[in-house]
Design a protein around this ligand. Structure first.
Ligand code: ADP
Length: 171
């Protein structure tokens, strides 16, 4: 297949940090496209910085997909459609966990289409065991010393332990 006929999709998010739910969506997506660019958003408009820096998030995602050459990880700022266009990827993948995700996701998909008529959004449902999982829940449980080993991959678990150990030491 030539480069121009390959299907490339963008999977955008904050990934602070990547969870097993995100990983599940990417691996499902790879059954339908040739390559997925996991795009970690910098949010200039975000009042509060996340737990991990964008560089740390990118690094963890690379470690999670070390076995998968069809996954690339990049960071982006500004409009998602502009980034997607610059990558030649008119397909956006998003995960839908529950009805509560739907309204926002639907609105974003239609707004992105308004901004770039060729772009399409593909919604995928995760395995049911991840349908309750969010990065914010992982951060909260880990910060309170709870076990998140079933919710994130080993490289992410190691970073979470490191991060919260240094928070507890006050460094
Ligand atoms: P989160 O909501 O966990 O902070 P992001 O903002 O990074 O995640 O979301 C990136 C994308 O991944 C969104 O489409 C979001 O709905 C999806 N997503 C996040 N967690 C899951 C999950 N457990 N299962 C399926 N999709 C998910």
């Amino acid at each position: 297949m030539s480069e121009t006929t390959r299907r490339v999709a963008i999977y955008p998010g904050s990934f602070d940090p990547i969870t097993n739910g995100h990983e599940d969506i990417v691996r499902r997506g790879l059954r339908f496209v040739d390559r997925i660019i996991v795009a970690v958003a910098h949010r200039a408009t975000q009042a509060k910085h996340g737990l991990f820096t964008v560089e740390e998030r990118v690094q963890m995602i690379r470690e999670v997909f070390a076995d998968e050459p069809r996954v690339e990880v990049k960071e982006f700022g500004g409009l998602l459609v502009e980034f997607a266009r610059s990558q030649g990827a008119p397909l956006i993948i998003r995960g839908l966990r529950a009805v509560s995700d739907f309204e926002y996701e639907f609105q974003m998909a239609l707004m992105n289409r308004q901004l770039w008529p060729e772009v399409e959004t593909l919604f995928l449902a995760p395995d049911v065991q991840y349908s309750f999982l969010s990065a914010s829940l992982v951060r909260e449980i880990a910060s309170l010393g709870g076990d998140v080993s079933d919710l994130v991959a080993p490289p992410v678990l190691a970073r979470l332990n490191e991060k919260y150990a240094s928070v507890r030491r006050g460094t």
